[in-house]
Every structure is written in C-alpha cells, then in structure tokens.
Design a protein around this ligand. Structure first.
Ligand code: ZN
Length: 260
C-alpha cells in the first residue's frame, strides 16, 4: 500500500469508529427512553389544594373517637440526626397506625429506613421540608424548592408523593400556607404537643400530659429522630391509655379522609 492510500484510509477508519460510537449511544438512549415510557410514570407536581382548603389543619373530626400519632424526622443542614427504632418496634407490636414526617435530608441519609417505614402498612409518610428552614422567614421560591426537592426524593425512593406537609418548628406565615397549598400539600399542624424535645420532660410526665389533652380528632406531635429522649418510653403508656379511653389511632390521611 502506498503512503497516499494509507493517508486516505486512516481518516475513513476514524470516521467509521466515530459513527459506531454515535449509533451505539443513540440506540442506548432510545432503549432507555423505551424503558421509561409510557408505562413508568414520571414525576409531576401535584395539582394545587383548593384555595378554601389551604390553611392549618390542627385536628380531625371532633365527633368520632379517632386520633393521630405523628412523629417528625427532622434534619437540618450539617447536623445528621438519628432514628429511634424503638418507636417503630412499639407501634408495630401494638399494631398502631402512625404518620411519620421525614425531612428530605433525613431521607437522603436514611434511605433503607425510609423504605422500611414506607413498606409497613401501618404507617404513612409526609413531607417535612428538605433542610428544616423556618417557613415564616424564607421567600416563596425557597419554600417551593424545599417542598419539591423532598417530594422528588420520596418519589425516587418510594415511587409516590405525599399530600401531607409538616412545617419545621410549626412556624409559618399566611403566604407559606398558600405556597404549600399551591404545591398540592395540606399543612398538618397539631393540637397536642408532647414536648418530647425537652429532655427535662420524663416519660411519665409526657404520657400523663398527652393523655390528659387528647380529644376526639386530636393530632399529637412527637419526634422519632433521636431528639425525643423519652418518647419511646412514653409511647406504650400513651397507646394503652388511648385504647382504654376508647380512642382508635389512625394515620393522618385516614383521620382526615384524604386517602385516595
Ligand atoms: Zn422538625
């Protein structure tokens, strides 16, 4: 082969190699597109909550004997929190429905725990923002980002989104309630505070306080991120006490009639 022919063949070979890579990439992209559609649904922002239903939900119907136990799983930036498995064990053993509100950062750092909670038919999961900011002080765009990042990680881990939102610190503005509704979520506050982040409130005092304040439809706030030091020990007396008074604990969605 003369040098001139060699000089011609080389660019042709390089071009052919490029073409092969290009076609392979195209086929792979088409295959992954085919895998995802149309059977696998894509993430979509939920439709807004009607304006008249935006606002704080602090309890359910006062006419029945149903209540809701809720556990926040808060996590702020740079402060990894834990998970109190004893709470889950007690709820499971006593077959007690409950609602957990994990933050997005908590789910990111506790993926297996998030899947395990969601896989337990007694429990439901809500949205507790991404990084636990004070919603009375941040601009609306940041609120939406905090809500949607958390909806998205829940979608990626579990394949569904929640319609329940729990405000970090319970703080809000009128605008915050509106933005949460625009994002398709109900703001679930409470009417009974367990006070469990306070290490000075022991299990007996906490159980006594909660049982003394629960009314038909009540929603009680507790923590399962390791910050409620006496929560697990107070839980069994609370569950037994509620049942003795004829109360049935339900998930928040069930209490409010929000199930699909
Ligand atoms: Zn919190």
């Amino acid at each position: 082969m003369c040098n001139r022919t060699k000089a011609l063949i080389r660019p042709v070979m390089i071009f052919a190699a490029f073409l092969t890579v290009f076609i392979a990439a195209d086929v792979a992209a088409a295959a992954s597109k085919a895998e995802r559609s149309p059977s696998t649904p894509q993430f979509e922002v939920l439709s807004p909550v009607p304006v008249t239903e935006r606002g704080l939900v602090t309890h359910g119907s006062r006419s029945g004997k149903t209540v809701a136990l809720t556990f926040d799983l808060c996590q702020s930036k740079g402060a990894k929190s834990g998970f109190d498995q004893e709470i889950v064990r007690i709820l499971s053993e006593t077959k007690t429905p409950a609602t957990f509100f994990p933050g997005g950062l908590w789910m990111r750092d506790h993926m297996d725990e998030t899947r395990a909670l969601a896989g337990n038919p007694l429990f439901e999961l809500g949205n507790h923002s991404w990084s636990h900011p004070d919603f009375s002080r941040i601009p609306p765009e940041r609120m939406t980002e905090e809500i949607q990042k958390t909806q998205r990680i829940m979608w990626e881990l579990l394949g569904y989104q929640t319609r329940l939102f729990r405000l970090p610190y319970g703080r809000y503005s009128e605008q915050a309630l509106d933005v949460i509704g625009q994002n398709g979520l109900y703001t679930i506050q409470w009417d009974v505070v367990s006070g469990d982040p306070d290490p000075g409130i022991d299990a007996d005092r906490m159980a006594h306080w909660v049982l003394g304040h629960m009314k038909p439809g009540s929603i009680v706030i507790m923590h399962a991120n390791g910050r409620g030091r006496h929560t697990a020990r107070a839980l069994l007396p609370i569950i037994h006490g509620l049942r003795k008074k004829g109360y049935a604990p339900l998930t928040v969605s069930h209490l409010l009639g929000l199930e699909k």
